[in-house]
Design a protein around this ligand. Sequence first.
Ligand code: AMP
Ligand code: ZN
Length: 470
Amino acid sequence: MKLYNTLTRQKEDFKPLEENKVKMYVCGPTVYDFIHIGNARPYVVFDTIRRYFEYKGYKVEYAQNFTDVDDKIINRANEEGVEPTVIADRYIKEALKDAKALNVKEPTYAPRVTQEIKEIIEMIQTLIEQKNAYEVDGTVFFDTKSFKQYGKLSGKKLDELEIGSRIKLDDAKKNETDFVLWKPKKEGEIAWHSPWGEGRPGWHIECSVMAKKYLGEEIDIHAGGEDLIFPHHENEIAQSECCNHKPFARYWLHNGFINIDNEKMSKSKGNFFTVRDIAKEVPYDVIRFFILCGHYRAPINFSREAMEASKKSLDRIKNCVNKLNHLIANATIDNMTEEEKNLDIFKNINSYKNTFEEEMDNDFNTSNAITCIFEIVRLINSAINEKCSKEFLQNLLNELTSLCNVLGILYKIEDEEQSVNVEEIEELIAKRQEAKKNKDYKLADEIRDSLKAKGIILKDTSAGVVWSKE
Ligand code: AMP
Ligand code: ZN
């Protein structure tokens, strides 16, 4: 199995630290809003890589953090006049809903920064003791010059970086490239006690701490979007390797960016899409499929047309599965016939299955792996009809679904919107009663219809409103 390692800039054979085990850390989102289509990419691609390792018999320990304290979260909290934890809790819940709907397996560990402050302080203390970090008036900086290998991931050289930073931003720093491990509290901001006064951690330290706590000082794979190579991952390496005196991650994997209509996605341009927005137009499984149609390192372009094309393609696989299920349910012969046994189809499927594995073994080429699945669909479609035996059909179905499951592209989406939440229903009923009292029959009808869309039927009785599921 070969994977492209950003650290060495080449494809390498995968050799885990422990036999048949993969320790994998993926940088998670900052939770101040719904996750956007760009954030969905690392979710989906690294979940698929995890699934492939599992398919190959590895036991995967998978950690993905939530950055739940940060300027953007604090700003949003101030705008809404609530505590930052309210914002973080809300968007962690929403991110989990999206991840589930995208068929992303739950990580083994999903730590949150605010619950790891003790360990963060401990690592910073170690770095200070070892002279890799220093404090100036309540701010702790990492001394980049203390780590000779600084820049090894991004290929940047310290001297060039210093010349490159034209504006001297912070006089307190020894070197322009030094970065913050701990920052002092600003008025009205969330803060924790520390040996350097009240404050909160800088961004990079959290991932070094969480990777160590949950996976160990050395891990197999560290992953995230390519924007994280510098400075985030470069800084993580500096912190972890100085603290632990060991190489941190063996393989660094980075996904390419998702652009919108060939432009960089940004809020100011107005071309910013949350997964939730897109899921109103196409089902979540199509979003997952769309992401996997490209190689994870290549940039991909999001557009309505691309989504529609993905939907059509995925439907071809789903239609084949539906047809198989229908024929299985109506088959009149149970066991494989001699004629079926003599067909080449299983041999041919097997050959595509081997190609599928070769493609996945070659730096997880999901795009070519999906082509193999389409070839199998084509073979199956041309071989099946009402006369086929149940066993034959079932075997074909198993072959097809087992490969689809490696990519996680065939699944039933549990629609959270459609699921019954008793509290919400009661609230809506009360709102409808209120509307009726105010003679706002339009609103009352709208509420009744919206509940009906979720399969909830309201009945006005003499004892009040009762509801039941359709
Ligand atoms: P953030 O919440 O910005 O820290 O991002 C969470 C994850 O999403 C990181 O791994 C980012 O690299 C990744 N990411 C952010 N924007 C995009 C994008 N447009 N395309 C692909 N990945 C992205
Ligand atoms: Zn990180």
